[in-house]
Design a protein around this ligand. Structure first.
Ligand SMILES: [Cu+2]
Length: 241
């Protein structure tokens, strides 16, 4: 009788192990066999087979699993500014592409250093936003000022401007692009600008926040406007890391 009991226990134990095993491998398989609508028509809903979304009819795209979705897969979406291949010089004289800023939340504005009217106020708005961000969030954050006058705003000019305005810290970056690169970037931001005299431009006043994948998260328009929502967006994006 005792022997039978032992045999039965061993048998049950084995059975449990086998079933556990098969369960694990099934889960593993599932991890790589989930599909989701790229437009997320039904939110986070996933499908076990490839095909098209029953709502928008777009091709379902494979998603590994919910957990691995959160992990940065290094992919850049169509909406990302990191798709722009233009080259930029920083105030430190380095040449970069926007993609080099990947991984940080970006607060971006277009200005030119010889502006006497709006830009000093836009710069003040940027500094006011920065002042509201706790120090520990700054590591995940970059404030980027893009010149709309690349002919005048050389790296040396930008560096001087940065020092004069006490924006010489790590969290500040100034960019000089090419005429076409600046125009392209402005179009993405919906910033309009026009040269009205050799040293003067009329321009929109927009501060844009991008997530660490270069996708637009928020824009504030105007001078000296309430930056509560902008700060809130930045905090959400930089707390996530
Ligand atoms: Cu200006």
């Amino acid at each position: 009788m005792k022997q039978l009991k032992i045999v039965t226990s061993v048998f049950i134990l084995l059975l449990t192990m086998v079933s556990c095993n098969s369960k694990t491998s099934k889960n593993d398989k599932q991890k790589f066999d989930l599909y989701q609508c790229p437009m997320q028509c039904e939110g986070d809903k996933t499908y076990s087979e490839s095909g098209s979304c029953p709502i928008c009819k777009m091709d379902l795209k494979p998603v590994a699993s919910k957990t691995s979705k959160v992990v940065d897969d290094g992919e850049i979406s169509d909406e990302s500014i990191f798709n722009l291949t233009s080259k930029w010089n920083t105030e430190e004289g380095e040449t970069i592409q926007l993609e080099d800023l990947k991984g940080k939340t970006l607060v971006m504005v277009m200005i030119y250093t010889t502006c006497k009217a709006a830009c000093p106020r836009l710069v003040a708005d940027m500094r006011n936003i920065e002042a509201k961000i706790p120090k520990e969030n700054l590591d995940n954050l970059q404030f980027v000022l893009v010149s709309i006058d690349p002919e005048t705003d050389t790296p040396e000019h930008l560096k001087t401007f940065a020092k004069e305005n006490l924006m010489d810290g790590e969290q500040w970056t100034f960019l000089q692009g090419t005429v076409s690169g600046v125009r392209e970037f402005a179009n993405v931001l919906a910033v309009k600008y026009k040269q009205i005299s050799p040293l003067d431009f009329s321009h929109s006043n927009i501060i844009s926040v991008f997530n660490n994948k270069g996708e637009l998260a928020h824009q504030q328009e105007g001078l000296g406007v309430d930056n509560k929502e902008t700060v809130q967006t930045i905090l959400e994006l930089t707390n996530n890391k």
